[in-house]
Design a protein around this ligand. Structure first.
Ligand code: AVJ
Length: 339
């Protein structure tokens, strides 16, 4: 609370609202529950028991993991975030021109909503839908954004859109623009990516998809981006074990695991693993698994694409018109795909 006697407001702060009541629009919050918690725990335990153990990438993103990812985006080695931002800054107006009127902008994995917000002045969507696994993740960001853009109708939709894209019917009206930046599509294998893009296509009506894609480049550049000198990505990867411990009650000790990031050139993907430093046994209620020294748990694929290959994937998914904008070094691409 500000003292009542203050006459000058500190720089960057708003003067208090006038005493008369103003009606500010409020964002809408919707949470859709797909799998129940027990089914999720079951899937996580089964993945650990598989001959080649895996942990799904979404276990990176608890509260600490989300902060660690934010930190990753600020690392010198991690070029995707700043490169994509530069592409939007330079070509955003051309993209908006090509997109035309946007009735609903559907932001898949919205997080802080910052990337979409930077495009609001250009795209001027009538309705903005921030989709994330949990409405909690987007709640504060959306409230703030709603105050800055009172004319845009805003909805937060909590759902795991990678499992299902069944958006509530009242959400998608007119021409939707699906927005999927950051090269998160890289977490899918190319087959899964195709299936996911098809689902978007089938819901896009006569709208479009604006999607960020990381491109194939030399191994040293890619491996440094996923194994930085400060060890932030290592912490991000290891944190999945802490998260999993809370979810399934396992007793992973992060000190016994090593972060590994390798580029598989034939598959054009970065693979992140956690490698056992010694022979060890991990227990949880109702199960356990032994790991030999050096044995690995796969935690993430981050697939990289040649621009032509990704354009072909979009066409396979049913998109008829595809455009692409890149940075000067061809490190990253933003595609606009129309139905
Ligand atoms: C959020 C999936 C796009 O693959 O580059 C960053 C996640 N993993 N460093 C990526 C990530 C390790 C990131 N995506």
């Amino acid at each position: 609370m500000r003292p009542a006697s203050t006459k000058h407001w500190p720089l960057g702060q708003d003067a208090p609202a006038p005493a008369h009541k103003t009606t500010m629009p409020e964002p809408r919050f919707l949470q859709i529950r797909q799998a129940d918690a027990e089914a999720e725990r079951d899937a996580a335990r089964r993945a650990l028991m598989a001959p080649r153990a895996t942990i799904a990438p979404r276990y990176f993103y608890d509260a600490l993991g989300s902060l660690l990812f934010e930190a990753i985006t600020a690392l010198d080695e991690y070029y995707p975030t700043r490169t994509e931002a530069a592409i939007f800054a330079r070509h955003g107006a051309a993209m908006a021109q090509a997109i035309g009127a946007v009735s609903t902008m559907i932001d898949l994995g919205a997080g802080s909503c910052a990337k979409a917000a930077r495009l609001f002045p250009l795209l001027e969507p009538a309705h903005y839908v921030a989709v994330d696994v949990s409405v909690e993740f987007v709640r504060d960001a959306l409230r703030r954004l709603q105050r800055e853009h009172p004319h845009i109708e805003m909805t937060a939709l909590g759902m795991d859109f990678s499992a299902s894209l069944e958006l509530p019917a009242e959400i998608v009206r007119g021409q939707p623009l699906f927005f999927y930046p950051g090269s998160s599509i890289g977490n899918f294998t190319p087959d899964e990516a195709l299936a996911f893009l098809r689902r978007i296509h089938d819901r896009a009506q006569d709208g479009a998809l604006l999607i960020g894609v990381d491109l194939v480049k030399p191994r040293q550049v890619l491996e440094a981006a996923y194994d930085d000198a400060l060890g932030v990505t290592a912490a991000f990867n290891l944190n999945a074990l802490r998260h999993l411990n809370r979810v399934i009650g396992s007793d992973f000790d992060t000190a016994q695991w090593r972060h590994v990031a390798l580029y598989d050139a034939p598959a054009s993907r970065i693979e992140m693993h956690l490698q056992a430093r010694a022979p060890l046994c991990v227990r949880w209620s109702g199960g356990q698994r032994r790991f030999a020294e050096g044995e690995r748990i796969l935690t993430e694929y981050s697939c990289k694409y040649e621009p032509d290959v990704f354009a072909a994937l979009l066409r396979d998914a049913g998109f008829g018109r595809v455009r692409c904008w890149r940075d000067d070094a061809d490190a990253f691409a933003v595609f606009l795909a129309r139905t």
